[in-house]
Design a protein around this ligand. Structure first.
Ligand code: GDP
Length: 313
């Protein structure tokens, strides 16, 4: 079994490639829920939905959120009613997911049960696990004030300066049922190229998760989301700097150093390989890590698997 830790963009791209190399049944994805939001009375789990839609083959892979070809009539109508947060686009078919999820949560089901239910209904063969059933938020302190992560990313387009990132609820949050087992039973654990601060950070900060990762015998491999000092998309560089890390593969290794065995870095960063290996004792694989075409994604997935398999020998 391959276990992945995922946010909602970088790792899903890698998963797209992995799906051409291994069966979906062999993949377990632990997904960040710290950027979940309540939106006009509905509970939205953006990263989980991206992963769900990906495995259901309906993800809009131009944007990495929402359902391909969706329409936005409900959103337009909601705007006319003066609904809140209409800058956060929710498509009509996507809306159905949020309605049923909220309905089931209100009936007393736990988030992991709802995700399992939705996975079954969408014929998903992979195991998708929300990182926690407990409510965790991500708040960003900026020069425009303190705001929720979705406000920062979507409404303010990740433009304000970032001073601090906080995760209310994270300290008390427990891993969802299945999360610890998915780490323990993994033959390899892949930390995809997701934002190390706001996507992977909350997962590895959960009670018992870091401890399990530190003790894991199976190889733990990360793919750097930072290439030549910049993320491919999103504010990972700003967030890393705000936490005192340099935005580079070295900063990524710093964040994961307690448990990381290997990292895949981009060819343009190859000069950093020696420092990573000598200073951190982390193995390095240099590869083309920019995933635009399906071919790029499959090639990188093959290289990550090959790297992890060699590490076991
Ligand atoms: P979010 O949940 O939408 O914030 O997305 P993630 O945290 O999963 O992914 C955001 C990260 O993905 C950014 O830091 C990007 O640098 C990284 N990323 C996106 N596309 C690529 C790519 O093609 N290659 C690599 N290496 N990283 C990527």
């Amino acid at each position: 079994m391959i276990t992945l830790l995922s946010g909602g963009t970088g790792t899903p791209k890698l998963i797209e490639g992995l799906r051409h190399v291994v069966k979906d049944e062999e993949l377990t994805v632990i997904v960040n829920t710290a950027d979940d939001v309540w939106w006009n009375g509905l509970y939205i789990s953006p990263d989980v939905d991206t992963v769900l839609y990906l495995f259901a083959n309906i993800l809009d892979t131009d944007k990495y959120w929402g359902i391909r070809g969706d329409t936005f009539h409900a959103l337009n109508q909601l705007s006319k009613y003066g609904a809140e947060w209409t800058w956060f686009s929710v498509g009509d078919r996507d809306l159905a997911t949020h309605i049923i999820r909220t309905y089931l949560l209100k009936k007393g089901y736990k988030l992991h049960e709802v995700v399992k239910y939705l996975s079954e209904k969408m014929h998903v063969k992979a195991t998708i696990l929300p990182m926690s059933n407990d409510r965790v938020e991500t708040m960003v302190k900026t020069n425009k004030g303190s705001m929720n992560i979705q406000e920062y990313l979507v409404r303010f387009k990740a433009e304000p300066e970032v001073y601090e990132i906080k995760f209310p609820g994270l300290e008390k949050a427990k891993p969802a049922p299945g999360v610890i087992e998915a780490i323990e039973r993994a033959d390899m654990l892949i930390i995809g190229p997701s934002n190390p601060v706001n996507s992977i950070g909350p997962i590895i900060s959960l009670k018992r998760v870091k401890e399990k990762l530190t003790r894991l015998k199976a190889p733990i491999i990360a793919v750097s989301p930072i290439i030549s000092g910049k993320p491919v998309s999103g504010p990972a560089d700003k967030f890393m700097r705000a936490l005192g890390y340099e935005p580079s593969p070295i900063g990524i290794v710093e964040i994961y150093k307690e448990f990381l065995d290997g990292i895949v870095i981009d060819v343009v960063d190859r000069s950093l390989a020696k420092v990573i290996m000598d200073k951190y004792r982390v193995k390095v694989k240099v590869a083309n890590t920019i995933m635009v075409t399906l071919k790029d994604k499959v090639k990188l997935a093959e290289e990550v698997l090959d790297f992890a398999k060699r590490m076991k020998q």
